[in-house]
Design a protein around this ligand. Structure first.
Ligand code: CA
Length: 518
């Protein structure tokens, strides 16, 4: 069989991770003189020393747990043999003590669609917002008709999409936390890829009325209905007396769509500095390689983007909660640190209301991939953020307005995180995966990075970049980071399509609604 390969991340670690595809059998002799006591799967940990119950297990030079049984040198260290440490406290944290200065990177541009408000899109899309799920079936029909009958007349428009969701009615719309789903929907409609044009389809009787959706753009009028404030926004209300039958509704939506398509068709790509690019990074279906290959590659590319002036967001509160001290140390100033702690504290209480804690994160697939618990997962997850100072914190559903690295506070759920990053203004999404996911969004291109060569080979047409080459010794993190950086610029410029775009793999929006449903 091939040589036994393993990864030791830090010299103080007392475990190593198996790198070989298919794992290693019992009796394998490692080049450090240790013989495996039992078979250990790929991505899983081997004890380098005898570990007594209660002893610390270290990976990333961090205590990821304590042995809850005797673990012999050469034995398998898995989630059943580890107890998780308590969550770190949210006080007495280091503030702005680890600020890395990165040299600015000059000379990189991309070809984007500049909008009237100064923002820049990577795609030219007509997006149809919806104020309630009731209209989704009608809107889906209208989108099909628009795509077939109208879009060929407007060749500069890439596509027409519907922004459907399950919010809008049957919800406690006055509850304090309802502000999150409502501002999320409003800000998604403002995503730079939609050219500053909005078409809203409403039913008419729902709680999320047009003037609640867009308070500054619609005012209620006497006989019911709403007056729009400018022609950048259009409203079709299915219950309007003027709509006769299904055909009438479709015709009304198509007419309103054409009004917007006429304008969107005039958008052209122009050369823009990278400071106009807004990138969201996240991971899903993580394994023990995420923190060794794909996430460090994304972290390196993230630093390149930040050095070039771009806005980069990392997210997923439960996946960084255990590394809060690293984050506050990288906060640009005390105010950013305070906002980070505020978001963590809010999320602790949100989870507590549901009798859960951060350990609810880590899926069966994460564990099969070698991640014993959320502490180990978090240490690998944070690496995606690179080494830049954190300059901004974006609450859920808010827009990202700060140049440089931002923490956008979102759940780790892939779809909810992606939806909130869309609201924040993301125009390009980078997604790392170890177990594999076909995840994609219709609103922005999604670049997927595989943590392992085995996954990249099997899913050859679903993965954009194979970071497993780091473990195979074929490329360094720096080389792959640059490769990803250039690929992102090509995708943002429309010169390349991502795998998910080519296959038209689109996940639904999934709103974060911490408020009650009625
Ligand atoms: Ca995720």
């Amino acid at each position: 069989m091939s040589t036994a390969r393993y990864i030791r991340i830090h010299e103080n670690d007392n475990v190593v991770t198996v790198a070989n595809d298919g794992g290693l059998p019992a009796g394998t002799l490692l080049d450090n003189g240790i013989t495996l006591k039992e078979a250990v799967p790929q991505g899983h940990k081997i004890a380098l020393v005898d570990l007594s119950p209660g002893e610390e297990v270290r990976r990333y030079n961090v205590v990821i747990g304590h042995a809850n049984t005797f673990i012999a040198q050469g034995a398998w260290v898995n989630e059943h043999r580890l107890d998780m440490p308590a969550a770190p406290e949210l006080h007495a944290l280091p503030v702005a003590t680890n600020l890395t200065h990165l040299e600015p990177l000059q000379g990189y541009t991309f070809e984007g669609f500049r909008n009237p408000d100064g923002s820049v899109g990577t795609r030219n899309l007509l997006a149809i917002s919806t104020s309630v799920q009731c209209v989704s079936g009608v809107v889906a029909h209208a989108v099909k008709r628009i795509r077939e009958e109208l879009l060929p007349k407007y060749p500069n428009v890439d596509d027409v999409i519907s922004l459907e969701h399950v919010y809008g009615c049957g919800v406690a719309i006055q509850a304090p936390d309802a502000v999150i789903p409502i501002r999320t929907l409003r800000n998604i409609a403002r995503n730079p890829n939609f050219g500053g044009r909005t078409l809203l389809v409403s039913l008419g009787c729902e709680k999320l009325q047009a003037d609640v959706f867009f308070p500054d753009r619609f005012i209620p009028i006497k006989n019911g209905g709403f007056q729009r404030q400018d022609d950048h926004i259009a409203l079709v209300t299915l219950q309007d007396d003027t709509n006769i039958g299904f055909d009438g509704m479709i015709r009304a939506i198509m007419e309103a769509a054409e009004e917007q398509l006429l304008v969107l068709n005039r958008r052209v790509r122009t050369t823009c500095p990278l400071s106009d690019l807004i990138v969201g990074v996240q991971c899903g279906g993580s394994d023990a390689f995420s923190g060794v290959t794909a996430n460090p590659v994304v972290g390196f590319a993230s630093d390149l983007l930040v050095r070039a002036g771009a806005r980069v967001m990392f997210s997923e509160v439960t996946e960084v909660r255990d590394g809060i001290a690293q984050l506050t140390a990288r906060a640009a100033d005390a105010e950013v640190a305070r906002q980070l702690i505020e978001q963590m504290d809010w999320y602790d209480r949100y989870l507590g209301r549901g009798s859960a804690d951060r350990s609810a994160n880590t899926s069966p697939g994460n564990k099969r991939g070698g991640l014993s618990n959320i502490v180990e997962k978090a240490m690998g997850s944070i690496v995606k953020s690179g080494s830049s100072p954190i300059r901004g914190v974006v609450p859920p559903g808010e827009r990202c307005t700060t140049t440089g690295l931002n923490f956008a506070a979102t759940p780790a759920s892939d779809f909810v995180c992606g939806t909130l990053q869309l609201a924040a203004g993301m125009t390009l999404h980078v997604f790392t995966t170890g177990r594999g996911t076909p995840y994609g969004l219709k609103e922005v291109p999604v670049v997927k990075v595989a943590t392992r060569s085995d996954l990249a080979r099997r899913w050859h047409d679903l993965m954009d970049l194979n970071a497993g080459r780091v473990v195979d010794g074929e490329a360094s993190i720096e080389e792959l980071g640059w490769e990803l950086f250039h690929y992102m610029i090509d995708v943002a410029s429309g010169r390349k399509q991502t795998c998910a775009e080519k296959l038209k793999l689109h996940n639904s929006l999934a709103l974060f609604n911490p408020a009650p449903i009625t």
